[in-house]
Design a protein around this ligand. Structure first.
Ligand code: SF4
Ligand code: SF4
Length: 160
């Protein structure tokens, strides 16, 4: 008898209650692309090349990032500045090869290359996935604060 009451009289109010409960719950979905989920501090997205506070490029074209890259995605050519310092004349990353492992960031002795949080860089033309120095180097004057201190604290706290 109890089973009969449960099945035929309680099922409907229980069903309505479940529906009501879920209607009042905060949605777990996002209206992408209007709304964007903030990325975790350790998220590794599109690369960028950092500068010093005076605007000088940090990268000295030492080639360690390319040597560490397991996907052979980085290509560079060095040049000498007027002051006799070394910098990259050409610096390219093939994003179709890149597996976003972050080894280039770890290998860089100058804290010049980082993987940022940008994940919207899909395209329909393969040639657009070769990111050049112009694409990667942070704009100057800066529009955002330098990422170096943030990344030291969040990604490499053991280095403090
Ligand atoms: S993230 Fe990994 S695969 Fe991509 S360029 Fe850096 S080292 Fe190479
Ligand atoms: S990004 Fe860093 S590791 Fe790569 S060439 Fe420049 S200085 Fe060397």
């Amino acid at each position: 008898m109890i089973e009969f009451i449960k099945r035929y009289f309680l099922a409907i109010p229980i069903g309505f209650f479940t529906t009501l409960k879920n209607m009042l719950r905060k949605p777990v979905t996002f209206q992408y692309p209007k709304e964007k989920v903030p990325m975790y501090p350790r998220y590794r997205g599109l690369h960028f090349l950092e500068r010093y506070e005076d605007g000088t490029e940090r990268c000295v074209c030492c080639g360690l990032c390319a040597a560490a890259c397991p996907a052979d995605a980085i290509f560079m050519e060095p040049e000498e500045t007027e002051k006799g310092e070394r910098k990259a004349k050409l610096y390219e990353i093939n994003m179709l090869r890149c597996i976003f492992c972050g080894f280039c960031e770890e290998a860089c002795p100058e804290e010049a290359i980082f993987l940022g949080k940008e994940y919207e860089f899909s395209d329909d033309d393969r040639s657009k996935f070769i990111y050049t120095k112009d694409d990667l180097l942070v704009k100057w004057p800066r529009t955002k604060p330098s990422a170096v201190n943030f990344i030291r604290k969040k990604r490499r706290p053991f280095m403090e």
